[in-house]
Ligand binder design. Structure first.
Ligand code: NOJ
Length: 575
């Protein structure tokens, strides 16, 4: 079935990041080596072979810097050290070395929009006297402004926090003095936004990049990449026309997102990354209002890639998926960059649950009746389809096990500031951060050597465990492994061109992939999004290289061979 092709020369001729499959580790929930209930760097080192077996090219590790963990480590107190609960600098050095020895790249997470309020810089603000030289210097590193109104007791603007509630808090000094100043925090009030117009901020982050690049890190995922530049006129935002979900998300037109000035920062960063051998890379967590605006971040002298959240948000909807793919591919082509696809991460409801059909047709929530089996089946199909798209792809830990979202975590165990700031009206993101089940017969499913776990794991997760799935050909894990293996074997996947196949049956999205030079076999990638089995045209061939379910059969009709694929199933065919 798999014609042997020599893909090595082809693959080596293009930079690794253009079509890499990157596995996201959320370190607190991946593997706990020391038994304190919090996943750690030694835990990741112990599982590097697992990632090699799965077949990914790189690992992106969410923040492990020193942090009070008010936002899972996205509140950084020291950008040049490792949180003691997660390990040491020696551990990350060992992790990089051992990953590289296995041909795995290591991507870290940089958080340049804000620091923790425990960061040295913000502490300097809290311990200085307004008007003093120390105050002038330290406060200018943050978005700290005088309040409005007679007593300065109104915030400088009406900007809202992405985590619910106001985006500004009054600045109260360490000695209890209530000042006339307010600080901006587009996220939690423990995450003050830094001011990127200050050259000290720019110099500091450039130095942080070098600190980690010098240690051998292959690249950075950039947190809130679209948020660093703010409109310095501080205009109020017109929220009136926006639904709540957008106020908490991209909020189109907001004077703090996707400002043109942000691109200057990435030009400086790219110049630094390019001085390394091999060049280091960036992937932006970039929320932009259109595919056109998103592609600007991937101009040749800026970021290498950015997540395409429009595709993630398209859901299980053929028209939206197709429109998103078209807009993304077309706009990325203009700047010569590969698109980047993602279906799950540590901020969204896991896609095995998100894709579940509900009894009333609305989006899945904690209170809806939904069909989890079909959700998983759709998620498997969506992943197989996504891995056939041009460009790179990101996988989130646990999706290879088909893990569902955990909606019923007890309130007292929830830690997400979104839950806290919304006073429990928004469940937040803890449900996709529950520690992984590795084994089916140990405390905490083998997450760590004790039964401690920073979030409780559901009682019925044994079936999802790695132990139960790795040797079971019908498992989600094996499906991911087969997909990644096949992707590596196919020179037509990854970075080559695509065209839609227009004779697809109703409810089927299909596209054809070719190698750039066109002299290698091509592949048809198809997903049947309908609820019925579909007979594919014989011109597509009947040679299934990969399928998301066992519901696939070659049949002979009128003397020609067709593939018939089950409902909610994706396949790759040799065309
Ligand atoms: C995006 C990160 O993915 C999320 O987890 C975090 O809470 C916010 N940025 C703030 O840093």
């Amino acid at each position: 079935m798999n014609a042997p092709v020599d893909v090595c020369a082809y693959r080596q001729s293009r930079p690794w990041w253009r079509d890499a499959v990157v596995y996201q580790v959320y370190p607190r929930s991946f593997a706990d080596a020391n038994g304190d209930g919090i996943g750690d760097l030694p835990g990741i080192i112990e599982r590097l072979d697992y990632l090699v077996d799965l077949g990914v090219d790189a690992v992106w590790i969410s923040p492990f810097y020193t942090s009070p963990l008010h936002d899972g480590g996205y509140d950084v107190a020291d950008f040049r050290d490792v949180d003691e609960r997660l390990g040491t600098l020696a551990d990350i050095d060992a992790l990089i070395e051992q990953a590289h020895a296995r041909n795995l790249r290591v991507i870290m997470d940089i958080v340049p929009n804000h620091t923790s309020n425990e960061h040295r810089w913000f502490q300097e603000v809290l311990h200085s006297e307004p008007g003093s030289p120390t105050w002038e210097e330290s406060s200018s590193r943050f978005m700290i402004r005088l309040g409005k109104g007679k007593d300065h007791n109104e915030p400088p603007t009406n900007w809202r926090s992405v985590f619910h509630g106001p985006g500004w808090s009054r600045l109260v000094l360490a000695n209890g003095t209530i000042t006339d100043y307010w600080y901006l925090h587009l996220f939690d009030s423990t995450q003050p936004d830094v001011d990127w117009t200050n050259p000290q901020v720019r110099a500091e982050f450039e130095d942080i990049l070098r600190f980690w690049f010098d240690r051998g890190v292959d690249g950075f995922r950039i947190d809130v990449a679209h948020g660093l530049a703010k409109d310095q006129q501080l205009p109020d935002m017109d929220y009136a026309s926006l639904p709540q979900s957008e106020i908490l998300g991209l909020a189109p037109g907001a004077p703090y997102w996707d400002q043109d000035e942000v691109h200057e920062i990435y030009r400086e960063w790219r110049a630094i990354a390019d001085t390394y051998d091999p060049p280091r890379i960036f992937c932006g967590e970039t929320w932009a209002p259109t595919a056109e605006r998103l592609a600007l971040y991937q101009r040749p002298d800026e970021l290498h890639t950015s997540f395409n959240f429009d595709y993630l948000a398209a859901g299980w909807d053929a028209d939206k998926m197709r429109a998103s793919i078209d807009a993304t591919v077309a706009n990325h082509l203009k700047v010569g960059a590969p698109p980047t696809w993602v279906l799950s991460n540590h901020d969204v409801v896991r896609h095995a649950t998100r894709f579940s059909p509900t009894s009333d047709g609305t989006a899945v929530s904690a209170t809806s009746h939904f069909d989890a089996q079909r959700g998983l089946r759709r998620a498997q199909a969506a992943t197989v389809f996504m891995l056939g798209l041009p460009g790179s792809a990101y996988l989130y830990q646990g999706e290879e096990l088909g893990l569902p979202e955990v909606f019923d975590l007890p309130g007292e165990s929830r830690q997400d500031p979104v839950w806290k700031r919304s006073k429990g009206t928004d469940l937040g993101r803890d449900g996709c951060r529950v520690p992984l089940p590795w084994s089916d017969n140990e405390p905490n499913y083998g997450f760590g050597p004790t039964n401690a776990s920073w979030l409780p794991q559901p009682a019925d997760w044994a079936n999802f465990s790695v132990a139960q799935q790795k040797d079971n050909d019908a498992s989600t894990w094996r499906m991911y492994q087969r997909a990644l293996e096949q992707r590596r074997r196919e020179p037509a996947l990854g970075d080559g061109p695509m065209v839609w196949v227009d004779d697809a049956p109703e409810g089927v999205l299909a596209l054809k992939r070719f190698t750039n030079d066109g002299d290698q076999p091509s592949v048809v990638i198809a997903v049947n999004m309908s609820e019925e089995a579909q007979q594919l045209p014989s011109s597509w061939g009947a040679d299934a290289l990969l399928a998301s379910s066992a519901d696939v059969a070659a049949v002979t009709i009128d003397e020609s061979e067709h593939l018939v694929i089950g409902p909610e199933t994706a396949v790759w065919l040799r065309a």
